[in-house]
Design a protein around this ligand. Structure first.
Ligand SMILES: CC(C)(COP(=O)(O)OP(=O)(O)OC[C@H]1O[C@@H](n2cnc3c(N)ncnc32)[C@H](O[C@H]2O[C@H](COP(=O)(O)OP(=O)(O)OP(=O)(O)O)[C@@H](O)[C@H]2O)[C@@H]1O)[C@@H](O)C(=O)NCCC(=O)NCCS
Ligand SMILES: Nc1ncnc2[nH]cnc12
Length: 281
């Protein structure tokens, strides 16, 4: 009996731990400044219905969603039943987010990515590599979402129009832009001695330079996606945000995206996912 109680205490403590790390990553992403086209501490980028306080309130409102996903995932295997359990919690989390923000979409993509990664982190022992956690999260995502509402979303419309795999595809492939782009960029910048905030900005810019972000496509079509990718590549070609030329190009990209009313919201979510994985032991 004592063993069972200990195990439950352990699971409760660990799911609390994962939820705290997930919320912290979302807040750190929101507070990171400057970010092109996105909400940060300087401005609301291309978002007229968002601001930094709302982003932080939204992030905090998701604590219980991530804790519940972690708790329900312990000692499970990735299967249809786990997929459906966390889908129900994730959908409830979306409603909680909309209540916290008065109906504005702040973190839909983040709930999805972070929910899957939290579930996977809870399946594996502490100390599992980010790559392994991402592979298992992808496995969970590939089970069918049989109870998903059958209505068109920005993502489904954009997939039909442009063929972009979007948030769903990114997860099903095991988060290639998190483990194959963001984390290597973050480690590389740290190895070069670049200060942490600039290392994180360069990580975001690396994601923007490679991701087909459906948030950009939905708001500004192929022109906005192209402008974002090219602008991000220019910053990286100039040595990143820690160089004077790179910093100037970063400010130019911010202005270009605001002019297009375009926002790399999916890239921001994947930066938060990378910060979450990076924060685990
Ligand atoms: C599988 C789901 C993600 C649903 O898929 P769907 O394709 O239907 O989703 P969308 O409604 O399009 O939302 C997906 C959000 O993911 C982010 N994103 C975009 N591109 C990518 C990418 N390539 N890789 C990863 N992530 C990506 C993006 O989120 C951010 O932008 C948001 C604002 O975007 P948007 O709504 O388009 O713009 P608005 O400003 O709201 O538009 P206006 O109406 O104002 O014009 C912001 O929230 C960021 O987070 C996409 O928006 C999944 O959600 C799902 O099925 N969930 C069900 C529950 C579940 O199964 N959960 C399991 C684990 S919890
Ligand atoms: N900082 C941010 N600004 C706008 N949309 C976002 N989605 C996730 N993070 C965001």
């Amino acid at each position: 009996m004592k063993v069972i109680n200990d195990q439950r205490t352990n699971e409760a403590a660990l799911s609390e731990y994962f939820a705290e790390k997930a919320v912290k990553a979302l807040i750190e992403e929101a507070e990171l400044t400057p970010k092109p086209g996105l909400v940060d501490q300087n401005n609301s980028g291309s978002h007229h219905d968002l601001n930094i306080d709302l982003m932080i309130r939204s992030a905090k409102s998701l604590h219980d969603t991530f804790a519940e996903i972690g708790r329900i995932s312990f000692k499970r295997v990735p299967d249809q039943s786990l997929r459906e359990d966390i889908a129900a919690i994730g959908r409830h989390g979306e409603n909680v987010m909309f209540q916290a923000t008065g109906g504005t979409n702040t973190h839909k993509g983040a709930i999805w990515a972070m929910g899957l990664l939290t579930s996977s982190a809870a399946i594996h022992p502490l100390g599992t590599t980010p790559e392994r956690i991402a592979v298992t999260a992808g496995k969970i995502a590939r089970f069918a979402d049989r109870f998903a509402p059958k209505k068109a979303t920005h993502g489904t419309v954009i997939q039909q129009r442009f063929g972009a795999p979007g948030a769903r595809g990114e997860a099903e492939l095991g988060f290639p832009h998190v483990v194959g782009a963001a984390l290597p960029a973050l480690y590389d910048a740290r190895n070069k001695g670049i200060p942490e905030p600039l290392a994180r900005i360069d990580t975001l810019i690396t994601i923007i330079s490679r991701l087909d972000d459906t948030c950009l496509l939905h708001r500004g079509g192929m022109d906005a996606l192209k402008a974002a990718k090219e602008g991000a590549k220019t910053i990286l070609d100039k040595g990143g945000s820690s160089t004077q030329a790179g910093w100037r190009s970063l400010q130019q990209l911010d202005a270009v995206l605001i002019e297009h009313n375009a926002s790399p919201g999916g890239s921001a979510d994947l930066l938060a996912a990378a910060l979450f994985l990076d924060s685990l032991p």
